[in-house]
Design a binder for this molecule. Structure first.
Ligand code: SF4
Length: 331
């Protein structure tokens, strides 16, 4: 690991000022991904600004009936909070499907959104990787790409985004509240927070240097009765998704009146299954309708040499998640 300076921010203004003063500094919160990347020589900040004492941990109801989750709160606390469990069980399930108990105890909510891909070529500094070193090539394109994207990839990068929490937040129409280095606040729709790789795979998000995630807000909804997070992975725990699906819907009579479906493990960002959603509005929640919607969504997939299985797996996972949601999360 390269030498770096450690500074301890006392409050938000001092954290922002420290970041503004050094373009090579990084905020340090839970450190569950950043420190690994520094040890592997992938991330090379020359200063870490510890932001763990800024507060920003509160989980509370918003005036409009939604929920606000502090950017520096721990994943475990978000997953177990009564408001989250009661009104947004999809989010609780997704967080608990990620990582291990020890990591969830350390990882913060903002940090979860900023974790980097687990593409093995990104972690191996002996291999070409446009995300780590722009212009060097993509080791995965002609390499082992079983875990990689089937939607929205580019010739520059085929990586997937690893977070489970973010998939649920995408389905729940969350917004991210950010304060920039000048102290200005802005609100970003979740769909605009992460990026597809395009020509700049080194940029995972639309954040700028010095931007601090202060909270994540989810609007009020009536999706809790019919929601489910399904994660398909190579082993039962502590593994990243091959495919995951956050599915939730509302019923009016015997018809679906509102539906949200997002997928993980398939793209460089949480993938909203808009085609499937559109096909299900006004339909009965039958297996046949779920299959039609899932197949329509997956028809646009562009699999790589080793991940063709994700197309069928994705389709079946959407159907399964919707069925589980229909039954209130019970099989
Ligand atoms: Fe790097 Fe992306 Fe290629 Fe992986 S898929 S090697 S992260 S450029």
């Amino acid at each position: 690991m390269r030498p770096f300076k450690y500074t301890n921010a006392k409050d938000v203004p001092s954290a922002l000022k420290l970041a503004a003063g050094n373009p090579n500094a990084r905020f340090l919160a839970g450190g569950t991904n950043l420190l690994d990347l520094m040890k592997e020589d992938v991330e090379r900040p020359d200063e870490l600004i510890d932001i763990t004492r800024l507060g920003l941990t509160q989980i509370k109801a918003t005036g409009s009936g939604g929920i606000s989750i502090g950017g520096l709160g721990r994943n475990t606390d978000a997953a177990n909070h009564p408001l989250v469990r009661q009104h947004y069980p999809l989010l609780s399930q997704a967080i608990l499907a990620g990582a291990s108990g020890q990591i969830r105890n350390m990882a913060t909510n903002g940090g979860n959104l900023l974790q980097r891909t687990r593409c093995p070529y990104f972690y191996d500094v002996a291999m070409p990787c446009n995300k780590r070193e722009p212009g060097s090539g993509c080791g995965a394109m002609e390499g082992i790409n079983r875990m990689h994207a089937i939607f929205g990839w580019s010739e520059k990068c085929i990586a997937v985004f690893p977070s489970d929490m973010a998939v649920a937040l995408a389905a729940l129409d969350a917004v991210v509240k950010i304060t920039n280095a000048s102290g200005e606040e802005r609100v970003v729709d979740f769909a605009d927070f992460h990026r597809l790789p395009g020509d700049m795979p080194e940029k995972d998000t639309n954040l700028s240097h010095g931007d601090l995630i202060t909270s994540i807000e989810i609007p009020k909804n009536n999706l809790a009765d019919h929601s489910y997070y399904l994660k398909v992975r190579d082993r039962a725990s502590y593994a990243f998704a091959l495919v995951s699906v956050a599915a939730a819907f509302e019923m009016k009579g015997n018809l679906i009146s509102k539906v949200r479906i997002a997928m993980g493990g398939v793209a460089h960002k949480p993938w909203r299954a808009m085609k499937a959603e559109q096909m299900l509005i006004g339909k009965e929640p039958t297996e046949a309708n779920f299959k039609l919607a899932a197949n329509a969504e997956m028809a646009d997939a562009k699999p790589l040499e080793h991940n063709k299985f994700k197309v069928e797996l994705g389709s079946r996972s959407i159907v399964r998640a919707l069925q589980m949601a229909l039954n209130g999360g019970k099989s």
